[in-house]
Design a protein around this ligand. Structure first.
Ligand code: FMN
Length: 346
């Protein structure tokens, strides 16, 4: 049966309120956890700290957020970790994402994540970075399905909260094994799987191959979340129509744009497009982000803010120069002044 969204082309979506399939306005059930949104903010290392999540949550209060990935064996030193696993007791729903390849470390890490406040524990089986794959973690688990099963089994046995997996479609185009891999994760006890529709070899390049997410959705009974190239309401609808996924997860589209998850969530709930933020609103958000990062992390927050600031400075005349300047700021005041001047010149 064609998906109810499949007759809508992305270009006509803005002009109409389509009949959205009713499941999209029902809660997403991750085991015993109910999430009242079908749009998720992905884990992004170096980005999705508490400050960023708070901004995203302002526009998407019901969406699931993820911490940056946390190395399970470092979790014992969680107090010393640079606030990677800090969870505000008020931020719900929240998933802590762990990476490692040792089931016992991951099981112990998951227990600590739950103590920190995790509503679900997610295992990273998709990271393509060499440093991680050569130690057997991230996407290299796609090539070690038995170990991946042991990991899921050990973590499920260690915690009461649902355990989920985020992965890719395969190692490379010759080794696309998401269907078999997904079945094995489900059988091992995973309660949801997020599939980034690229292979490990693709890295972050080329198009996400949503057709594999569709096939995985047809194969599995646990919720399947589609990830990759979801940068707008239109692409979210297109992806849902093409895959029939239970939800979508936004990633790079949220860099410098913490409004995205909320925009898609709003559309799925109401059938209406939210007015996008103006350039001034985006730049005011950048100023708030900068201030909050400094308050949260001190001087380190300023250095980390540089990349965020350059992501905000897009899409208006003078943005190129502002980006260049923001990439070098040494203080909050310097950043605020630069943005203030840019706003005055708009
Ligand atoms: C800067 C950056 C950091 C990322 N960090 C993580 C991470 O910590 N955990 C994870 O599972 N995926 C991570 N990813 C992958 C994204 O969550 C997502 O799967 C990927 O970017 C595909 O979605 P997109 O095409 O919408 O960007 C990261 C990606 C980027 C660009």
């Amino acid at each position: 049966m064609p998906h109810p969204l499949s007759s809508l082309t992305p270009t006509i979506i803005p002009q109409m309120s389509p009949e959205l399939p009713s499941y999209l306005s029902t809660p997403l059930k991750i085991g015993k956890v109910e999430v009242r949104s079908r749009v998720l903010q992905s884990p992004l290392s170096g980005v999705t700290d508490q400050v960023f999540r708070r901004l995203v949550r302002r526009y998407a209060p019901e969406s699931m957020m993820y911490t940056e990935m946390v190395h399970a064996s470092q979790i014992k030193h969680v107090r010393e970790l640079p606030q990677i696993m800090d969870v505000d007791p008020d931020e719900r729903p929240i998933s802590v994402q762990l990476f490692d390849c040792r089931p016992d470390f991951l099981a112990e890490g998951a227990q600590m994540a739950v103590q920190e406040g995790a509503d679900t524990v997610d295992i990273n089986m998709g990271c393509p970075v060499n440093k991680i794959t050569k130690n057997g973690g991230g996407s290299s688990l796609l090539r070690q399905p038995q170990l991946a099963e042991q990991i899921v089994g050990a973590v499920v046995a260690a915690v009461e909260v649902p355990v989920t997996v985020k992965t890719r479609i395969g190692w490379d185009d010759r080794e696309i094994n998401i269907l078999e891999f997904g079945r094995r994760m489900e059988a091992a006890g995973a309660q949801m799987i997020t599939i980034h529709g690229r292979t490990r070899a693709q890295g972050y390049n080329g198009k996400a191959q949503w057709e594999w997410i569709k096939r995985a959705k047809e194969t599995l009974t646990i919720p399947v979340i589609a990830n990759g190239d979801i940068n707008s309401v239109e692409t979210a609808l297109q992806c849902l129509a093409e895959t029939g996924a239970d939800g979508v997860m936004c990633s790079r589209g949220t860099l410098g744009y913490p409004f995205l998850v909320g925009e898609i969530d709003w559309f799925l709930k109401t059938g209406e497009l939210k007015q996008p933020p103006t350039v001034v609103e985006r730049l005011r958000c950048a100023q708030e982000h900068l201030q909050a990062l400094f308050e949260y992390k001190g001087k380190r927050g300023i250095y980390q803010s540089r990349k965020h600031m350059t992501w905000y400075a897009r899409g208006f005349s003078g943005a190129h120069q502002l980006r260049h300047q923001l990439a070098q700021i040494e203080s909050v005041q310097e950043g605020q002044d630069l943005i203030e001047r840019a706003i005055a010149q708009l």
